[in-house]
Design a protein around this ligand. Structure first.
Ligand code: KIV
Length: 266
């Protein structure tokens, strides 16, 4: 473990902003990867609805269901000992009224060992955020690019409406959100939002001045096929390593080198 001992609670996560400690978050969707990400010492793990794209192979995050999110979150929750685990509320579970939002978020907390939910929205979701928070459910807001609104936005472009972004982040904080993801917005707007809020901002494509950063694990590991967005930094080329290992196995099966004496019982 590289980071502080003891599990990261919501108050500890929020307190990192006042302490001036940057917050590192990553996505994870299953038991073994969540255990590895957790053992590397990140403070937050997001069971993102990006699972729809990077694991299920869809072209948007829209198809993933609440039951599927719970399935993944349950595996992640079982693996994690240290990080705060946040689970995305899938589309449209929080657009159907406050009671259905509480029901959906309540299932996530009851059926997984995860501690918080994330939903896309700011001022437009203030009522839902406040209702979840008053039910004791910690909420991370998500402003800027909202991938669940891809069809309305017409793509995954950078969001530049400064006034709307400032208003959304402030409204999320006032409604009781404990943190706010800022996705794909200019760095100067993210810096100003971060300075104006008491709660931590977690950036993805929002420049270096956010209180923390989040990336999709498959992008960080170089496992994502094809072009990745500009804000991604691949810290490894596991796609190449993965294919090379499987190809070597295939060759050794063909030429009889596997199984060798070490893998053979007598
Ligand atoms: O689903 C996800 O992975 C996310 C991050 C990109 C913030 O929402």
């Amino acid at each position: 473990m590289l980071s502080t001992p003891g599990p990261i609670t919501v108050p500890k996560f929020v307190g990192m902003k006042a302490a001036g400690s940057k917050i590192a978050m990553l996505t994870a969707y299953d038991f073994p990867t969540a255990a590895l990400v957790d053992s590397a010492g990140v403070e937050g793990i997001l069971v993102g609805d990006s699972v729809a794209m990077v694991v299920q192979g869809h072209s948007t995050t829209l198809p993933v269901t609440l039951d599927q999110m719970i399935y993944h979150a349950e595996m992640v929750g079982r693996a994690v000992r240290h990080a705060l685990v946040v689970v995305d509320m899938p589309f449209p579970t929080y657009h159907l009224g406050i009671h259905r939002a509480i029901e959906a978020a309540g299932r996530i907390l009851k059926e997984t060992r995860c501690q918080a939910v994330k939903l896309e929205g700011g001022a437009d979701q203030a009522e839902v955020i406040a209702a979840l928070v008053s039910a004791g459910i910690p909420v991370m807001a998500h402003c800027g690019l909202r991938p669940q609104s891809v069809h309305q936005l017409g793509g995954y472009g950078v969001q530049r409406d400064r006034q709307r972004l400032m208003t959304d982040a402030a409204a999320a904080q006032e409604a009781g959100a404990f943190a706010c993801v800022l996705e794909c917005i200019p760095a100067d707007i993210a810096r100003d939002i971060t300075a104006s809020l008491r709660i931590p901002t977690i950036g993805i494509g929002a420049g270096p001045d956010c209180d923390g950063q989040v990336l999709v694990l498959h992008d960080l590991l170089g496992l994502t096929a094809g072009r990745v967005p500009r804000h991604v930094k691949a810290y490894a080329d596991q796609q190449q390593q993965f294919v090379a290992a499987v190809a070597q196995y295939r060759d050794e099966v063909r030429n009889g080198a596997f199984p060798g004496p070490d893998q053979t019982f007598h």
